[in-house]
Unconditional design. Structure first.
Length: 131
């Protein structure tokens, strides 16, 4: 079953939790909610919505809950980037590629990009692309 789509703020919260997991509700409110001007109740409501949508898990830890992503951090980040491309860039990678061409990339980042392009070039095309 496909997970429900996320809004921009939900995606940002999910990325924060994925980067800092496991994290208590209080840690999330202090580390992400306050920086975004959100009340504790708003953040906890968002956490519960993300849990209900299948993006987060929750475990009881003493008197509070600890949240963690359902999927590993890299998988979460891919989803955040995918949603950004779809929502903000209208599904087109052209603006992202243009950004990369103007960005001051480190040698390590350039090496990672070359490796990615080589991987993409070596993968077999799927049926829809060859039709």
């Amino acid at each position: 079953m496909s997970k429900l789509k996320l809004g921009e703020q939900e995606s940002a919260l999910l990325a924060w939790v994925a980067a800092h997991a496991p994290a208590s509700a209080a840690q999330i409110v202090a580390g992400w909610g306050e920086a975004n001007g959100l009340a504790r109740t708003t953040v906890t409501t968002m956490l519960e919505r993300l849990r209900a949508k299948g993006y987060l898990t929750r475990e009881k830890a003493g008197a509070s809950f600890v949240y963690a992503p359902q999927d590993e951090h890299q998988t979460q980040l891919r989803g955040v980037v995918g949603r950004f491309v779809e929502r903000t860039l209208g599904g087109s990678l052209d603006p992202f590629v243009a950004y990369l061409s103007d960005a001051n990339l480190s040698e390590e980042q350039k090496t990672q990009l070359r490796a990615l392009v080589e991987k993409l070039d070596s993968e077999p095309k799927n049926d829809e692309e060859t039709r």
